[in-house]
Design a protein around this ligand. Sequence first.
Ligand code: ATP
Length: 759
Amino acid sequence: MSAKASITKYSDIVSVALNGEEMLLSLLYDVSEDGTYTEGVFAVSRHRLCVVENGRLVLAENIENIEKVCLGEYTGGGILEAFTVKGRKQLVRFSMKHIEEFTSVCEIINDLAKGLEPVINEKAFAEDRVCPKCGRAYIKNTTVCTHCSDKFSVFKKLFKIAKPYKGLYITLLLLFWITSIVTVVTPILSKHLINDVLNIKNASITTLLIIVGLMLLTTVISMVVSVIRSIISSKASNLLVKDLRNHIYEKLQKMPLSYIEEKKTGDLMQRINNDTQRIQTFIQDIAIMAVNEICLFIAIAVITVYLDAKMSLLIFLPMPIALYLIGKIRLNIRSRYHKQWRKMDKMTNRLTEVLNGIKVVKVFGREDDEINRFKKTAGDVRNITCANEKYVYTIFPIIKFIMGFGAYLVLLFGGNKVLSGSMSVGELVQFSTYGGYLYSRLEWFSMLPRHFTMALVSSQRVFEVLEEEEQLDGDIKASADKAEGSFTFDNVSFGYKSYRRVLKNIEESVKKGEMIGLVGHSGAGKSTMINLIMRLYSPDRGKILLDGSDISEYNQQDYKNLLGVVLQESYLFSGSILDNLKYAAPKATLEDCIIAAKKANAHDFIMELPDGYNTYVGEKGYKLSGGERQRISIARAIVANPKILILDEATASVDSDTELKIQDALKKVTKGKTVFAIAHRLSTLKNADRLFVLDNGKIAETGTHKELLEKNGIYASLLRAQQEMATRGVTIDNSDKIKEEITPTQFINEGEEFDNEQD
Ligand code: ATP
């Protein structure tokens, strides 16, 4: 049963337990007090919380009696505990799949207990992966339920996107109508050919010529119309798909980084390439034709009833059985195709992952394993595709036979009428031709649900991306023009996952023009801190202020224009070196780029490349060394003369000689700018105005290099460790430090340590 359904089931008991207060949140848990699996609901209002298990109220508590709540852990699960005036009390137990939700619950109750306004983190309470209405599983990686989704609304959205091309679609409909008229007229001509020419002795040759001429004309019209129709429908559908692809791409560019990271690259590529392709095929080959065919089917059915009502009944006699069977197998086919798509998704994702990491595969000599793994996945896809096709290719001829059975009845009954003289041969041929048309259309209609479902699922997958909430600018209250570069971190906390805090309650100020070095063990949160400064993520709690205004109050683009960034991964796009240098400042001139390249000590090696600044680099271009790429990315960061510089391992991949030159260059370009720099080689940050030493998500020490050495704390020990390794002739970074095993609970409750209770 879905979460919502279970919660609704207990809503009366919950409502009484919460004294009728409005529920702030409710969620399912699955482990009872004695550790067995159960089904229960945990609900919180502003002043009360309660636990209802198997329809029975287990616990209700006033939040004002609670000092704080915290999470504990046992093997495979967690416990939410409350500290009250009377002591410690277990509130609820749950399996690890609920850890994220209960971490947020824990924070919310603690806020309520302190009388603060709780922050309800939506990402922790994401809907179940099943449809709350019907309990069926969503299509993988989506929140789409094919059963409950409003099919019309999806196609309405598609029509809205197709609106600019409505002229083309109307032309297509008209062309289809010409084909339809030809379809209706041809059997009439056949009837006249048989009755008025072939069946009559000494029939006039003129009549024969007219009828055959008309038949030829209808065929030519049909052929010409079909060619024009195909060209227009291909144009219309391609235009629509181009728009859809542009919309998705535009949307993805505007989405927060966390959204892109959550989705798999393969899945997003699938939506941009395959789903839009399926929509195109549906529109081009099916949708418009379906409208026409349905109208034509009705028209021909009416004509057959008009020609001979009794005989037309014979045509339709087997249809209810055929339709019943089609209805039955439709669901089966749908679930079969979903399974097939899931397997294909898996294959695409693996392929993308392996191709991206091909170097790792080769370095570790895992080619054979990868080949075997891919063979298995490709084999799974083959098996399921073959099984599905076998099913479809067997079942549909059977249905076709049942559906077409009426044709034999028509021949028997009609033939008898011809023998008794109450029907002419021409009329029988005309009637059978219409009957044949109705059967072939019915057969085509029977495939329609399959095409329809495929297009529906693809459209929903596409619209799911298009309708995601964008990362919009909030209220723009601050002007980047006046920004000087002083920063304040006001109680900033952040976690990529809501149950795992990476930064905790960061409180610091940075003066304009100050150079801050961020140091600490690997995984301490240095890159995360600059990710927040760069607005790639937003703090879960607290604010980052630039010159007194929350950075979210600046226009995104204006804010980003203030920053110059050199990242650990110096990624260059396919294009010339000049294109890459201008990436951050499209208006920069060649001269600006050369000045920046000289400052970054990149000019000399660029000039030695085959085409100098026009040398093509990137995936298919000239391969640059890590150090060269790094120097280009430093030059790219300083081309726009930004007020704030962010250097994440700016000198990581350069030799000591080049490092010295870059250090010297950086000293010049950082003058007067606020700088946040991360470096594993601590000696490179000696000249920073201040160092922030991050430890386990908190700023443990601050001060100059000298002050921190005198303090003899974490920084001094990190430096000593590095110097020791250096004298032993080994270059290390502090990522070699053994990182403590971190359990999710260590990040919970504003740094509160977890009770590692073992079950
Ligand atoms: P290093 O010196 O090794 O680069 P760091 O101090 O810069 O480390 P961060 O990169 O800020 O550390 O990472 C802090 C923690 O956040 C790590 O435990 C890391 O696993 C986690 N983390 C980083 N990026 C993500 C992400 N995109 N999603 C989830 N967790 C992440």
